[in-house]
Design a protein around this ligand. Structure first.
Ligand code: C5P
Length: 262
């Protein structure tokens, strides 16, 4: 791909683009959601995906497969980064002790889902882990919010939870690509935004994700990372699908100032 070295062009691009300029290696911007029932399946997928995926998000399903730490160790031993997505939500002391359990495990990210005291508790024991606050699940829409008794819409909830998370010292938030632009406008670019609910145009409405964006939309609005699960896992050729997404990301971050490399 052609490199752009002209400072005036780069400056112009910067001023019109919300694309993340954080020093994140481009291939780490894709996080794969490892939602599988067994370790054998997890390992099989990691071998299959090879270097098309560098960051693995380990959620509840694979946690309940047992031997979670063995899987983390195996992944970090292969040079992969690990995202512990257990969405800690409990009394603050329990959240704090849960996050403390992750110390020295080589974990890069962990999620917490709660009020100020819970977020603060997680941050107090982060030990170098990026603590990300869940704002509103991307499977929820305004009707679900009403059903749950919330008096605000999804966007208002995301913005207010993000504000709290950042004031409590979280490193970033999980947010659908739909709210990223506003989050950047209000809170700037000094925190991480990880966007799940990523769908290629062709299967926009076939599953439980309701607040969805494409890869390009999420990054153009200012996401630092995207989380992709089923579009890769259920593809006929998962590695090829992951590589296609990596290619799309590489094109977006091709300018030197956004490449994450010096
Ligand atoms: O791409 P796919 O819909 O399969 O990805 C789903 C993954 O994203 C799940 O692991 C889910 O936990 C995660 N997630 C989400 N919405 C959030 C936070 C995480 O869908 N707000």
């Amino acid at each position: 791909m052609e490199r752009v070295d002209n400072p005036r062009i780069i400056q112009h691009y910067r001023s019109v683009s919300a694309i993340s300029s954080k020093a994140i290696p481009t291939r780490e911007r894709l996080i794969f959601a490892m939602d599988v029932p067994t370790h054998d399946e997890a390992r099989r997928l990691v071998e299959l995906l090879g270097d098309s995926v560098q960051v693995y998000k380990l959620g509840l399903q694979v946690f309940l497969a047992g031997a979670y730490y063995e899987l983390i160790e195996w992944l970090t031993g292969k040079g992969k980064k690990v995202f512990v997505d257990l969405k800690f939500f409990d009394v603050p002391e329990t959240v704090k002790l849960a996050v403390a359990q992750l110390k020295n495990r080589g974990v890069s990210f962990a999620t917490v889902h709660g009020n100020d005291a819970m977020l603060q508790a997680a941050v107090s024991e982060k030990n170098g882990i990026n603590i990300l606050a869940v704002t509103a699940l991307t499977s929820l829409d305004d009707k679900d919010m009403k059903d749950l008794g919330f008096k605000c819409n999804v966007k208002e909830l995301v913005l207010s939870r993000a504000k709290r998370a950042l004031s409590m010292g979280c490193d970033g938030v999980i947010s659908s690509g739909l709210e990223v632009e506003e989050l950047r406008k209000i809170h700037g670019d000094k925190f991480l935004i990880v966007s799940p609910g990523i769908r290629p145009v062709e299967n926009r409405t076939v599953d439980d994700q309701k607040r969805i964006t494409t890869v390009k939309e999420a990054f153009r609005k200012g996401a630092d990372y995207i989380v992709v699960g089923r579009p890769i896992r259920n593809a006929a050729h998962p590695r090829q699908k992951a590589e296609e997404i990596q290619q799309e990301i590489a094109e977006l971050f091709a300018l030197p100032h956004v490449s994450g490399k010096p």
